[in-house]
Design a protein around this ligand. Sequence first.
Ligand code: FE2
Length: 367
Amino acid sequence: MSDPLDLKRVDHVRMFVGNARQSAYFYRNAFGFQVAAYAGLETGLRHEAAYVLRQGKITIVLASPLSGDHPEANRLIRHGDGVQTIALEVGDVPAAYEAAISRGAVSAAPPTSVEDDNGVYVSAQIRAYGDTTHTFVDRSRYRGVFAPGYRPLDADRYSPRTFHDVGLRAIDHIVANVEEGQMGAWVEYYGKVMGFSTLVSFDDKDISTEYSALMSKVVADGRGRIKFPINEPAKGKRRSQIEEFLSFYDGPGVQHIALATGDIVKSVRAMAANDVSFLKVPGSYYELLPERVGAIDEDITELAELGILVDRDDEGYLLQIFTKPVADRPTLFFEIIQRRGARSFGKGNFKALFESIEREQSRRGTL
Ligand code: FE2
C-alpha cells in the first residue's frame, strides 16, 4: 500500500460559519464539545474569529470573518455554514505538499512556517472538491493549544454549565457530495494524489428508493485511519438528497462528518436531551431488525426509543444515527457511529434512511 504523503490522521476539520461564537455555543451545549481555544481581535488576529472545539480525539475549528474583506467571506453567501478544510497531519509538510503537487494536486497555499513562543507550526494547502481544501499540518514542534494566534480559552467566557458527557471519541469518516458523473474522477484523484484505495462501492441498485438514488465509493488511506466516502447523485424519479445538497450548497462539499463513540446509547441519549434533532425511521424498522442483523448486545427497545440504526457485515456490526442538518440550509449533518467489529458504512440502512430523508425533503418542498 503506497503512502506517498505520509498521512497520519485527520488533524482537524475547519468550518467556516456565519457566527463562530454562537456556533461554538451550539456544539458545546448540544454535542458536548469543550471550547478549548480562541483566536480573534484579542489575540492579534484582525480578519477573523475562531474557536477550537475538542472532544476525545476530535478537533473542530469554527471560524467567522470579521469583515467583508476576508478572503473567504463570499463563501458564506454562496455555501452557508460548511466545511472549509479537512486538515491532515503529516510528518513533513513541504515533502507532502511537493509530493501532492507532483502527483496532480492543485495548490491552495504553499508551505508556511509560523512561529511563536510555543514553537513552530507548519502548514500547506491543496484544493479538493468544490471550494473544500486539504491542509497538511505538522505540529510536532508546536506546544501551544492549537496554532499560533490561538490562546486557551478562559473557561469563564461561557458561563459554566454542567452539560451531559456525550462521549464522542474520534472522527470515523467524512463524506463528500460531488456532481453527477464526478465521483469516479475524485476517487481517481485520491488514489493518484494520496495513494488511497477504494474500500467499497455502492451503486444505485444498493441505494435507491422510489424517488432518489445515489452512487458512492469509499476511499481510504492504507492504515484505514482516514476514510472519505464520495457520493454522486444517480437518476431517480425526483430530486435526490444529493442534488438537494448540491443545489443549496451551490456545489460539491462535505455532506456529513461521522463521529465515533464507544457507547452510542449514552451519546445519543445525551445529545437528544441537549435538543439535537435526529432522523427517525418507522417503528417497522425495529420489528425487522432481529431477523436482519441477528444477535446484538444492545437492547432493541432502547435503540428504537432513540432511533439508533444497526447493520451487520462479515466482520461484525455497527450502530449509527444521523442528525438533521445542523444549520438552516439542508446541507451539512453529522453521523454518530459505534463500531462493533464492522468496518462498513451501514449499507443495510440506506433504504430506510433515504425514505426518512425524503420525508424531510418533502416537508421542505425540495423533493
Ligand atoms: Fe456515514
